[in-house]
Write a protein of this length. Structure first.
Length: 312
């Protein structure tokens, strides 16, 4: 009931919670245990998918490539010995190579009508990788340049469909294309140290993220979007803020408050769910996990602020 992309996202969310909790406790052992457990879960997910053996299924080759990426990421997480720099570098290179491969296959599916814009944007996010790993992020620049160019055309096509009233031009699809185009521009400008362009790209992406969440909320109220759609759009917007902070871009207070308000509404909607059949239980858990993660990060930030103020 959960596609591989959604499942891997939820595993990543669980890891972020574990790491944030370890940071609040100041526990390096907790971080190591969380990373080891996450590596095992990724290896298990990759193994299960490979056992299905359904080559005629939609997106099968891209899913297999993503499973290979997950296995490589698991191996990289397990390579934590700081004395073994060569093994760590080799593991990161394998992650980078497989990330680009799964993007290429997902792109081919997208061009053949076998993948959605959400599928493609998820693949691009995996390709960009963790910005704290500069080798992986820098290696993704050529792919991000390609993705940005394609997003420009995708946005034009989506807006044309919207003018004709076609389903492919639904308002959330337009806002998602706008968000992805601006986000890719932010990543490219940030990785290239182009601060003015990065700042402008963030402003555009921030507005598009706000618009995307609002459009998903309206569609949710009308019964044409799911709780997961709403949670995913909020999570993407919040991750944009994290990426902007990495590039030392100041986040407007108004935007931060709107994100907090959006998360509050998400939590209220999740708490109202009474029918938890199918994947709804997982989606409700995802929303609650997002709330816990933000609370943990706030605790960590407050602790850092208190520590810096008490230092002579």
């Amino acid at each position: 009931m959960l596609p591989l992309a959604d499942y891997s996202d939820q595993l990543a969310l669980a890891l972020k919670m574990e790491l944030a909790a370890a940071d609040v406790r100041g526990s390096e052992a907790g971080r190591s245990e969380a990373l080891a457990a996450h590596a095992q879960q990724l290896q298990a997910a990759a193994g299960l998918l490979q056992q299905f053996n359904q080559p005629a299924a939609r997106g099968w080759q891209a899913d297999l490539a993503q499973a290979d990426f997950l296995a490589a990421e698991a191996a990289a997480l397990a390579t934590t010995n700081p004395q073994n720099a060569a093994s760590r570098a080799q593991a990161r290179q394998l992650v980078s190579d497989r990330a680009r491969n799964q993007y290429a296959l997902r792109l081919a599916d997208f061009e053949d009508g076998l993948a959605t814009l959400s599928d493609l944007s998820h693949a691009a996010s995996l390709m960009a990788g963790d910005l704290s790993e500069p080798e992986i992020a820098d290696a993704a620049i050529p792919g991000l340049i390609d993705y940005q160019a394609r997003m420009q055309q995708i946005l034009i096509n989506t807006e044309n469909l919207a003018q004709r009233g076609a389903d492919g031009g639904r308002i959330d699809h337009v806002h998602q294309a706008q968000f992805e185009l601006s986000r890719s521009s932010l990543l490219l400008a940030g990785l290239s140290k182009n601060e003015p362009t990065a700042s402008t790209a963030f402003q555009n992406a921030d507005q598009a993220g706000r618009d995307l969440l609002a459009s998903e909320a309206r569609l949710y109220d009308s019964g044409t979007a799911t709780l997961f759609d709403l949670a995913q759009s909020w999570s993407q917007w919040q991750e944009l803020h994290r990426q902007a902070k990495h590039f030392e871009i100041e986040i407007p207070e108004a935007s931060s408050r709107q994100q907090q308000s959006g998360l509050q509404r998400l939590t209220e909607l999740a708490d109202r769910q009474t029918d938890l059949r199918g994947r709804i239980a997982a989606d409700v858990t995802m929303v609650h996990s997002l709330k816990i993660l933000m609370d943990l990060r706030q605790l960590a930030e407050d602790a850092d602020t208190s520590s810096s103020q008490s230092s002579p």
